[in-house]
Structures are given as C-alpha cells and as structure tokens.
Design a protein around this ligand. Structure first.
Ligand code: NAP
Length: 348
C-alpha cells in the first residue's frame, strides 16, 4: 500500500545550518543492507517503514550496494512504485567521490566525474533532481574550484536542490567554504562520521585556525549530517556477548575485526551500563549523545530491520543528558580507532 508521508507521526526536525532546508533528526542511510544480497522486498519494507515513521530523508551515494548503484536502483523502484505522490515530502541525497567505474573518470572530484555520476544517479533513481548532492571526499589532485564549481553546476542546472561535502577535514571545509563564497555556490551541509567512539569532528585543526569541524561548519552556516552514530553497530547491544551470525561484523567488510578489541568492548560495556541506568538501550544513548549538540542537524544511521529503526527513533523522545551523565560518558567516549574514512579522504 502506498505510504502517505503527510500521515507521518511527529518526528523532531532541525534546520540545516542557515539554509531553508529542515531534516528529521534521524535519517536513514542506505550504505549497507541495500545491496544485491538483500531481497528487494526486504529493502522496500525498510524504506517504507522509515518513511511511515517520519524518516523523510534517505541518504544514498553512487557506490552504495554492492554492486555500486544497487541501492539507488532499489530506491528508484520504490519511489516509482510506492512514493511517487510523496516525492516532495522526501529528501533524497546522493554523493560522488569514491570509485564508481573503472578508469580515471570514475572517482574523486573532477567536474567530468561529478556531473556524469550525478546524471547516472538520477537515471537509477528515476528522478529529475536530488535534494542533496555531495562531494563524497576531498580530492587532493583536483582544484577545489573545480569540485565546488561542479556542485554549483548541479544546482544551477536543476539536478540538485542543495549541495554539500562529506568527510572533508576542518581545514578542507574552511577552504571549501571560501571557494564556494568566491564562486557564489551556496554550500548547505557537511557529512562527517561522528560517534561516542569517533570524536574527530571535535578536535582543533591547526589548518582551520585551531577550530574543529563542528566550529567551522557552524561558523560557515553549514548543517551537519553525522554518519555512523552507532559506530557501525558497535555502540549497540550487538557485540556485548560475542559476534551474532547475522551481524555486520560476521558478514565481513567495513566492520573490521580490530574494531571489536577488548579495549573498545570495555568502553562499550561501560556505556551500556550508563544507558541501562537511564532506562535506555545503548543505541538510544549513542543517538541522543550525538544529537546533544545543536550544531548537528541529523544523525544518518543504518538499520537492518524495522525493529532496529523503531527502537532507535525512541531516542528522540527521551530525557536530555544531564551534566553528570555527560561527564560519566566522557570517561568511556574515547577514540576507538573506528574512523574508516579519515585517512582515505579528508587527511590527504
Ligand atoms: P550506524 O548507524 O553506525 O550502524 C548501523 C548498524 O548498526 C546497522 O546496520 C545494524 O547492524 C546496527 N544497528 C542499528 N540499530 C540497531 C539497534 N537498535 N540495535 C542493534 N543494532 C543496531 O551506521 P552505518 O550503517 O555505519 O552508516 C549509516 C549511514 O551513514 C550509511 O548508510 C550512509 O548513508 C552514511 N555513511 C556515509 C559515509 C560517507 O562517507 N559520507 C560513510 C559511511 C556511512 P547489523 O546489521 O549488525 O544489525
């Protein structure tokens, strides 16, 4: 049955930086669980459940699958079959930056790649525009003027309603904001990883005058879409008693075995005890913790089932963290070496 997004329950929303765009506090990411190995019916059920629950922002990228493009194809089918009448109540995001096709024009930040990739994404999605288009990673070999200029073309050609950058360091974000201002391209959002075990966005960056990414983004009027708030599932009850057979860690891939170190698991257990003392799940605590910062617009989380998503959304209706709780969390919210994205992009 088609989902009518206007019948959605009240999910809290936040304004995206200084733009006109508002986003739900929780967004659904389609990086994992939307590839060829997951039946289309399962994917459709989860997307429709999300929209039904008020999660009106779907976060995609050209390469989400596997194979690359599979997640966009699935969403395209769902949009056509089920959500065509709700299109303008949804925010559909995509990105380009990682390898999408062989050869020199299939990745990074050139104008040729970004525009071609966006056109291919629109084809898979069956849309004439996306609501958000990102440069997925900083490209040290392409002038920022070219990358940001291509985002500007995405806007002026009508292919995207807003544009942003993902996994750029604080200093690269500051540079991108300067270039965007000089070109007259309104950057709307940045998308970094951020969780209790991955706090790089809080660290001062000498290249940005000692400001953190959170500060640079806020000063520049950018919204912040914080991805992997659950550290790919580590900040949930999934790994408290071993590695479940249906978990991301058991499947191999980006949830690397070293992330489940004894040191990390000790912190996870301590954080779980804090969550339980609040009557929450660890996942709910992890989501509420990222959203404690008003500069964060939305958390972009993954879910494999409707139950996971529903449970995560309950975090939005729980009591704010007290100063004592925040201080207790700080003792265990320490870097767990789980940031897969820093060295591959923003640190270059
Ligand atoms: P995440 O929210 O940190 O982890 C999601 C995983 O945690 C789920 O697949 C599930 O794993 C587990 N989980 C979720 N809710 C749970 C619950 N209530 N109880 C127990 N386990 C739960 O996020 P992520 O999937 O790593 O990333 C989220 C999104 O961020 C992506 O889909 C993508 O849109 C975006 N992202 C962007 C970039 C970028 O470069 N811009 C990079 C990565 C991700 P199991 O499958 O084990 O159950």
């Amino acid at each position: 049955m088609p989902v009518v997004a206007s019948a959605r329950p009240d999910l809290p929303e936040r304004r995206c930086g200084r733009s006109g765009l508002v986003l739900p506090e929780v967004s659904l990411g389609l990086w994992q669980n939307f590839g060829g190995a997951t039946p289309f019916a399962t994917q459709r059920e989860l997307v429709l459940a999300a929209v039904d629950l008020g999660v009106t922002h779907l976060d995609l990228a050209n390469n989400y699958g596997p194979p690359p493009g599979a997640a966009e194809e699935s969403v395209g089918r769902i949009l056509t079959r089920d959500l065509a009448s709700s299109r303008d109540q949804l925010v559909v995001s995509t990105k380009a930056g990682y390898r999408q096709w062989p050869g020199p024009y299939g990745e990074h930040g050139s104008r040729k790649y970004l525009i071609a990739s966006l056109d291919q994404s629109l084809g898979r999605l069956g849309l004439d525009h996306v609501d958000l288009f990102y440069s997925h990673r900083f490209d040290p070999r392409t002038p920022l003027e070219e990358t940001i200029g291509a985002l500007g073309t995405a806007l002026t050609s009508g292919r995207a309603r807003a544009v942003g950058i993902s996994s750029y360091s604080a200093s690269r974000t500051a540079q991108a904001l300067e270039v965007a201002a000089s070109l007259g391209v309104p950057l709307t959002i940045c998308q970094p990883s951020y969780s209790m075990l991955n706090r790089w966005v809080e660290e001062p960056d000498p290249g940005a005058g000692g400001r953190s990414l959170l500060e640079v983004a806020s000063d520049g009027g950018l919204g912040i879409a914080a991805f992997s708030p659950l550290a790919q599932g580590l900040l949930t009850d999934r790994y408290l008693h071993g590695v479940p057979a249906d978990s991301r860690a058991a499947r191999g891939g980006p949830m690397r075995p070293e992330y489940l170190s004894e040191a990390n698991l000790a912190h996870v257990r301590a954080l779980d005890a804090i969550a339980r003392a609040r009557g929450q799940s660890l996942a709910q605590l992890a989501i509420g913790w990222v959203l404690r910062d008003p500069r964060v617009t939305t958390v972009v989380l993954g879910a494999r089932t409707r139950e996971q998503l529903e449970s995560n959304l309950a975090a939005l209706h729980q009591s704010p963290l007290t100063p004592d709780e925040l201080a207790a969390i700080d003792l265990d919210a320490v870097d767990g070496g789980v940031n897969l994205w820093g060295p591959r992009s923003s640190d270059l």
